[in-house]
Design a protein around this ligand. Sequence first.
Ligand SMILES: Nc1ncnc2c1ncn2[C@@H]1O[C@H](COP(=O)(O)OP(=O)(O)O)[C@@H](O)[C@H]1O
Ligand SMILES: [Mg+2]
Length: 240
Amino acid sequence: MAAPRKLEVQGLQSGYGDVQVLWGIDLDVRPGEIVCVIGSNGVGKSTLLKTISGLVAARAGRVLVDGREVTNAGPAAMLGAGVAQVPEGRRLFGAMTVEDNLKMGAFLRSDAAQIHADLDRIYALFPILGERRRQDAGTLSGGEQQMCAIGRGIMSRPSLLMIDELSLGLAPKAVEILSEALLRIRAEGLAILLVEQDVLAALEIADRGAVIDRGRVVLVGSNKELEHSPRVREAYLGLV
Ligand SMILES: Nc1ncnc2c1ncn2[C@@H]1O[C@H](COP(=O)(O)OP(=O)(O)O)[C@@H](O)[C@H]1O
Ligand SMILES: [Mg+2]
């Protein structure tokens, strides 16, 4: 029997006003799996995550979490269903401390002792955040801000974490630290949907992925299949 699906997206369509962006996306993520969505700038990757999380309305198709339909349920309901989103550009509160930013991710929770235990887990995952926990988030480097944004996502205790552009604008060393952290949380059973312009960075850690072009899935496969696909090598890696 196939493993149960954490997330299932069926024929999803959405857009803004008269402009349709997604034209029927199919996708699924299982527990303990990293699935990447790759594609160039402007093809609809962020729109896909926003439509899944209910920030942009779906016009057709379905979103299911743990087999339950949550299409257009809205961001709060999605968080309640165990879905956390790390938005493009991190969106931290720059004038708040690292720790207060992390605690924002736990705003639906009231279990103070557990919240403290989870903060400690995040500081174990990203020791630099522990060292900087009283510092304003706005003073962190880009890579540290991304660690904080991911930590904030984890603070809601999600079973599915969606990340919009993990590596954009970050130094290779920071991407390496972040990637290793994602592999560790995946090993704990979390499902991760990772959106990336940087195809190599995505395929490095993903189990499988989908290539999106102008709002449609044009290719799916395991990370190895995608890495060796002539289409990916030519269009996204500049190789022939
Ligand atoms: N809020 C918005 N209003 C109108 N058009 C938008 C909005 N956000 C994105 N778009 C358009 O939707 C398309 C897909 O954008 P996006 O999902 O951000 O792509 P990606 O994340 O792959 O770079 C682009 O043509 C973009 O200009
Ligand atoms: Mg985007």
